[in-house]
Design a protein around this ligand. Structure first.
Ligand code: SF4
Length: 93
């Protein structure tokens, strides 16, 4: 991840300049992903670094044009729903 992407993601988040694909990433992946939840089931909105995530807030993370999910569930213009579903089956929240 580079500094420009981090700035892009945070500016897009703050000013709510988010494309449909950015919202889709957050709604359909990050908000359902175990890495964005604490051990007690509370939604943190942070991609948990200690579990192999990137440590970013998911709203800013999903608002970066050229970056992807550290687990390989989505990228700049693609998704891997089967891989994500498999991960969810093995990692209940
Ligand atoms: S691992 Fe991917 S899908 Fe899960 S919270 Fe992090 S960026 Fe989102």
């Amino acid at each position: 991840m580079n500094v420009i992407s981090i700035i892009e993601g945070n500016l897009r988040k703050v000013f709510n300049i988010r494309t449909p694909i950015m919202k889709y990433r957050e709604e359909n992946y990050c908000k359902k992903c175990p890495l964005a939840y604490a051990i007690d089931g509370r939604y943190t909105g942070i991609c948990n670094k200690s579990e192999g995530g990137c440590g970013c807030g998911v709203t800013a993370k999903t608002s970066q044009n050229l970056q992807g999910c550290p687990k390989g569930f989505w990228g700049s213009n693609w998704f891997k729903p089967e891989l994500f579903e498999e991960y969810l089956k093995d990692n209940h929240i």
